[in-house]
Design a protein around this ligand. Structure first.
Ligand SMILES: [Zn+2]
Length: 510
């Protein structure tokens, strides 16, 4: 047997307890053929000496938004005055003016429709809030939204209504966005992304989104979560017990190792940044507790029907009240039809009261967390949660102590998507300003890497082929310039190369 490629001089952390370290990796037909003495004597078409570089399994981002991230809108990140924003938005052309990166919390005055009218003429304007849960539009857009009273600031369902006016994007536009994002994530060591919701809902681009992924032939692996909004009544045989499904009965697992259907995505509340995450007690210093996304009856029906139709569920729940609701609905679904390996996920799982930990464990649910949220926004989130609740945010240690599998993710572009940044936060629990946030929730570097490799592979039902450098698995790996286990600046460890299926798809130019 001749290997396609032999990597020598590796300091590999395989994440496989059966063989945790390796110096040589043999690759054949896109898979790991063997390690060390299993392959050292085999000939190889090509041998690459990595010169002692650290090698990890490719990072898997279990919740990200590739199309949204790659969208070429006017970037207003960091702008703090209305004048600065209007200046940036003044562009020649026709049709929609779209901007992103708005952060109402840092503005001297909040941006309004009347402000936008001053530069928009007859063009509709859509300024997306950083949170993904809100936007500002001009009067031209408001006029097309009868029944909505607003100064231009729209959240949740009102935002969705405004967004729907802009849709759909063309397949060409979406395809370009996807390639842009794939290039970026590869440079950060990511080999697979789970796209958190296509087809409908807040972050949808077109009802034909899956077609864009199919024809884009991206250099990364992608799993598509399908919005529960596309569930519809089906005339299945009564014995199937499936009242609603998506067309053709497609569900989680369909596809191949490059592109597959993942979970069904549901939304039960908003987010902390927009103060719309549903809490059991008000945001600190206010009398608002956020809100559930839709009526409990509607959301419960979607969870139960999705479960019956064979879907893994990925349920967006950030506030502890939304998590209460989610746990209750999943318990009911599992009671009606037990599916021990359903692996239902809680997307974000942002604020977990101590007593909810055992409930999450009992239902074998998987928190899909975004550690970088707390690096970037932890100071603000700590203020609005208050001293007692702040340590309950985006937990680490207490999940692991309860035997819960944790999956790492970014929610890019809501926060920076680099996995090493997230891993650093999971280990040191410091916000970007240095404020400790739930320091008791810190986990070890190996545990944090596990969350971004095997943990997220498990959350995507891919741990049999991904997540560790194990003979027989797909040859996805990342080559690093330093060892995160000994580095005191993990986020700054350089990504030297990223391999997907035995091919180096990214190599850092030196
Ligand atoms: Zn998301």
């Amino acid at each position: 047997m001749e290997l396609d490629l032999k990597l020598t001089g590796c300091r590999a952390l395989t994440m496989d307890p059966a063989r945790p370290a390796a110096h040589t990796i043999g690759i054949w037909q896109g898979r790991i053929a063997g390690l060390d003495e299993q392959v050292t004597d085999l000939p190889a078409a090509e041998t690459v000496d990595l010169g002692g570089a650290v090698v990890l399994p490719g990072f898997i981002d279990a919740h990200t938004h590739l199309a949204w991230n790659g969208r070429r809108t006017i970037d207003i990140t960091g702008l703090t005055t209305v004048a600065q924003i209007l200046d940036r938005l003044t562009t020649p052309g026709t049709g929609w003016i779209e901007a992103s990166g708005y952060d109402r919390r840092i503005m001297d005055h909040p941006l309004t429709a009347l402000d936008l009218d001053r530069i928009s003429g007859d063009r509709p304007v859509y300024v997306a809030d950083l949170s993904g849960h809100a936007c500002v539009v001009n009067s031209r857009v408001l006029k097309q939204l009868p029944g909505i009273e607003s100064d231009g600031w729209l959240t949740e369902n009102e935002q969705l209504a405004a967004r729907t006016l802009r849709l759909p994007y063309s397949l060409d536009e979406i395809t370009a966005e996807l390639h842009e994002s794939a290039r970026q994530v590869l440079s950060e060591g990511i080999t697979m992304c789970a796209e958190a919701g296509i087809g409908a809902g807040l972050i949808a681009s077109s009802p034909l989104e899956a077609a864009a992924y199919q024809r884009a032939k991206l250099p990364i692996r992608v799993q598509l979560m399908v919005s529960a909004h596309v569930l519809h009544d089906v005339a299945a045989a009564p014995s199937d017990g499936i009242p609603r499904a998506i067309d053709l009965g497609l569900h989680t697992g369909f596809g191949d190792d490059m592109l597959s259907l993942g979970a069904m995505k549901l939304w039960t509340d908003g987010g902390m940044m927009a103060r719309t995450a549903a809490l059991s007690e008000p945001y600190q210093g206010t009398n608002s507790s956020g809100q559930l996304a839709e009526s409990e009856e509607l959301m419960r029906a979607a969870i139960i029907d999705g479960h019956h139709a064979g879907w893994q569920l990925a349920i967006h729940a950030i506030g502890d009240r939304a998590i209460d609701f989610t746990l209750d609905a999943v318990q009911e679904a599992q009671r009606q039809r037990p599916r021990p390996d359903a692996r239902h996920r809680i997307e974000h799982c942002g604020l977990v009261r101590p007593e909810q930990l055992a409930q999450i464990a009992a239902l074998s649910m998987i928190p899909v967390i975004q550690p970088t949220f707390l690096h970037a926004y932890g100071d603000d989130y700590s203020e609005i949660m208050g001293e007692r609740r702040a340590p309950w945010m985006y937990r680490g240690r207490s999940f692991l102590d309860h035997g819960i599998t944790v999956a790492g993710s970014s929610d890019r572009p809501v926060a920076d998507g680099a996995p090493l940044r997230a891993i650093e936060f999971m280990v040191n629990r410091n916000s970007s300003s240095g404020r400790p946030i739930g320091p008791d929730e810190a986990i070890t570097v190996e545990e944090a890497i596990h969350a971004y490799t095997l943990g997220s592979a498990y959350a995507c039902r891919k741990e049999h082929v991904l997540g560790s450098l194990t003979p027989g698995k797909l040859a996805d790996l990342v080559v690093l310039g330093d060892d995160p286990r000994t580095s005191d600046a993990i986020a700054d460890v350089p990504v030297l190369a990223t391999m997907v299926g035995g091919t180096f798809s990214f190599q850092r130019s030196s």
